[in-house]
Design a protein around this ligand. Structure first.
Ligand code: SF4
Length: 85
């Protein structure tokens, strides 16, 4: 799943202190979050649990999961990597 970024998403993440080259990838002329080995660049693993490093600044699409501090990508990571963490 690609996380597409709107102009306001990019501005919000900049406020968190990240420069565009760090997190913006261009797919089919559409800015989206960069991924490393298939996982979001902001995905962080601490003590075996997945966290979003920019949670208060996360893109609107990620914020579509109200009341949760995880997203589909994070759940995907935990489910598929439980034995590796
Ligand atoms: S909520 Fe998930 S996909 Fe969105 S920025 Fe955070 S780690 Fe990345």
């Amino acid at each position: 799943m690609l996380v597409k970024l709107g102009r306001k998403d990019i501005e919000r993440i900049r406020q968190a202190g990240f420069i565009d080259d760090y997190f913006v990838d261009e797919k089919n002329m559409m800015p989206c979050l960069k991924r490393i080995n298939g996982y979001c660049i902001f995905l962080d693993i601490k003590e075996g649990k997945a966290h979003c490093r920019i949670y208060p600044f996360r893109p609107r699409r990620c914020a579509g999961y109200p009341g949760k501090d995880t997203c589909d990508l994070i759940r995907h990571y935990v489910v598929n990597s439980r034995n590796d963490v």
